[in-house]
Design a protein around this ligand. Structure first.
Ligand code: ATP
Ligand code: MG
Length: 655
């Protein structure tokens, strides 16, 4: 893609310096970059001191068996103690840890002292159920406090958890239980979704009829919805309120090696079969705590943090369960969807709790744009001071909308690039330091080494594009793919010698700032030109009638690939408007050049998305090339694909 196109998206007037007051009081200043550059390992050793170690580490990194890393290997600590008990011991027992907001309007707040009691009881219950250090526990839950309590109870016992998103099917759950060989499943009767109880337990029952799940001894069930028809397997199923509630609320945590496994988490599956990513203890907690402190400028005494992600994906692990609690933060946990019972629900929650830091995903921001500016305008959002984005490249248009309508044109936006594999944020502006550019994740965080390389692993000059790579190990890196070291080597370490290949395309602008361009697999080749799906999507979204866009390259006899765009129109635009397709094609040509003009544009009602809100382009490619669909198990709603396929014959096409 030409450099003019990027320059087009990056207008000079769209640069935002940090607010003076925030910069003056920022947790982290530009000095952190210098300090980390001068002594990277020393920098991380320093950050590890944010944690309470039972045995402080003397080693920082052991890379002798690269790429299998050991961080802080001779240190010992307990993650749950770090996230809960130590705050109580420090006199913060009365601070609210979690403000829980149920979808149906019920709410409760748990202090750190409450959390200590609840986690201790849950840990004692797991012990009674025979859970031992090293046993895997599957967690298949709605977004309720017991989910975080269950994760912390597992961490407390050194029993790695495998959280499976509560919306996944019985099959998806079964394959994850099999792969991790889980011994216990923690679930609920159901959760609330769009105002209605949505059952979870039946999927567990079904999953446990599948071969390979026989080692599950117990299913621990939280009563959330009170549905009456919960099937029960005597001897296997136990109610949380019967087993956990009667336990002692005291439990003494044991310290584990820094490299003890903390959790397995399967990736969201946008590029293929999900991978069981293994994270360990000391390095992971160090980097999530540091990044939560640095990137959000967290002031635990006064801030109210809210990460809207589901706990079933990595953002929920690192920035709901572990980072905020390690830092003694007060956070919001919301059970439901942003539009239940009305499209202002999120903003109502921000107003109710005085949320100061909001962390969400581009897909949610685009949905809010589609619903209209007047909705957030009805609420008092003046408490917000830092806004975060994660999950996909954020379109400059969505970034600007987020800043203007949510951040009152003042709150800095931190666009954080990272992956399930990286465990914690890797690239991001710092809110008190970086002059931000809409749509760019910009720079590696202090202590992180990342760059963009070409096919031959050479670093590209400023102004050029290629592959994003990480050139040095980092504390919260995955240690392997569970049970499959070879796949770990092949997937991440074989493309470029000695470098971690993230699978994402990126480019450096003239200042050397990094712009993510989407998956390498998604980059299109059109008449000899590499064109990024992300850039074409951003150009489409910058048109006032387009709310969302997904672009794929479909095999084409003349041009190698032809650009096919699927668009969701904004409220007022009509899909039958004959001129609209031509108008959108002209708009893209004007923004990016004629070569980027989509060959076909298809207005659709919905796009196929994973549970974490990412668009699954590989399925759209299957549609565009008339193939059978690949793995759809991680899709939010597989009927979306039927709708899109049904539309195809009549879809607009021009040359
Ligand atoms: P799979 O690896 O199974 O295909 P996935 O990559 O979608 O699934 P995640 O680990 O949840 O699963 O997502 C990480 C990916 O999300 C990154 O590799 C990148 O493509 C994208 N991503 C996350 N944050 C950003 C961001 N701020 N800007 C651009 N892309 C981002
Ligand atoms: Mg991935």
């Amino acid at each position: 893609m030409s450099n003019e196109s990027l320059a087009n998206l990056l207008k000079e007037d769209r640069r935002f310096a940090p607010p003076a007051e925030l910069a003056a009081n920022a947790n982290v200043t530009a000095a952190a970059y210098e300090q980390a550059a001068a002594d990277r390992l020393g920098f991380w050793a320093e950050q590890a001191k944010r944690l309470s170690w039972e045995t402080a580490p003397t080693e920082t990194l052991d890379w002798s068996n690269a790429p299998f890393a050991k961080w802080f290997a001779d240190g010992k600590l307990n993650v749950a103690y770090n996230c809960v008990d130590r705050h109580v011991e420090n006199g913060l027992g009365d601070r609210v840890a979690i403000h829980f907001e149920g979808e149906t309007g019920d709410s409760r707040s748990l202090t750190y002292a409450d959390l200590q009691r609840e986690v201790s009881k849950a840990a004692n219950a797991l012990i009674e159920l025979g859970v031992r250090t090293g046993d895997r526990v599957a967690v298949y839950m709605p977004m309720i406090p017991e989910t975080v309590i269950a994760m912390l109870a597992c961490a407390r016992l050194g029993a790695p958890h495998s959280v499976v998103f509560g919306g996944f099917s019985a099959d998806a759950l079964a394959t994850r239980i099999q792969d991790a060989d889980a011994r216990v499943v923690i679930t609920a009767d159901g959760g609330y979704r769009r105002g209605k109880p949505s059952a979870l337990k039946p999927a567990v029952d079904e999953a446990l009829t599948k071969p390979g799940t026989e080692n599950v001894r117990n299913v621990l069930v939280v009563r959330r919805t009170g549905q009456e028809d919960v099937a029960w397997t005597e001897g296997r199923d136990v109610w949380w309120h019967e087993v956990v509630e009667r336990q002692s609320d005291r439990h003494t945590p044991e310290a584990f090696d820094a490299e003890h496994p903390l959790f397995i988490l399967y990736t969201s599956g946008t590029t293929g079969k999900p991978k069981g990513i293994l994270h360990t203890t000391g390095g992971y907690l160090t980097q999530v705590a540091y990044t939560h402190h640095a990137v959000f400028d967290l002031k635990p005494e006064t801030d109210v943090f809210w990460c809207t992600a589901d706990v079933g994906w990595v953002t929920g692990h690192s920035y709901i369960a572990y980072g905020p609690l390690a830092n003694g933060a007060t956070e919001v946990l919301y059970e439901g969807t942003p539009d239940t019972p009305h499209q202002g629900r999120w903003w109502e929650i921000v107003q109710k709790y005085g949320v100061t830091i909001l962390y969400t995903a581009p897909t949610a921001i685009r949905a809010c744009m589609k619903w209209g500016d007047d909705i957030p305008a009805k609420f008092d959002l003046s408490s917000l001071r830092v806004l975060g984005s994660v999950g996909e490249p954020i379109n400059p248009e969505a970034w600007m909308w987020y800043r203007k309508h949510i951040g009152a044109d003042a709150a800095p936006i931190v666009d954080t690039w990272w992956q399930t594999e990286t465990g914690a944020m890797m690239l991001s502006p710092l809110p008190g330091v970086t002059t931000t550019k809409p749509g760019s994740a910009q720079v590696p965080l202090p202590g992180i080494a990342a760059t963009v390389v070409d096919d031959d692993a050479h670093e590209v000059p400023d102004g050029a594009g290629g592959y994003l790579v990480l050139t040095e190990p980092w504390p919260s890196m995955l240690r392997t793919i569970w049970g499959d070291d070879q796949r770990y080597l092949d997937t991440y370490w074989s493309r470029f010698e000695g470098k971690y290949f993230a699978g994402d395309g990126a480019k450096k602008d003239e200042d050397g700032d990094i712009w993510l361009l989407g998956r390498v697999d998604d980059v299109m080749l059109v008449s000899g030109h590499n064109i990024s799906t992300t850039e074409v999507e951003s150009a489409l979204v910058s048109h006032p009638k387009v709310a969302e866009a997904a672009v794929v390259g479909a095999t084409d006899p003349q041009t190698t690939q032809a650009i096919c765009a699927f668009v969701i129109l904004r409220g007022t635009a009509s899909a039958d408007d004959e001129g609209l397709v031509a108008e959108l094609r002209a708009h893209v040509a004007q923004q990016l050049g004629p070569i980027a003009k989509p060959k076909r544009i298809m207005p659709v009602a919905e796009l196929p998305k994973t549970r974490s809100g990412k668009i699954m382009r590989r399925l759209l490619r299957d549609v565009a090339e008339n193939r059978d669909l690949g793995d759809v198990s991680t899709l939010t709603d597989s009927s979306v694909m039927d709708l899109i396929q049904a539309k195809l014959p009549g879809a607009a096409s021009e040359d």
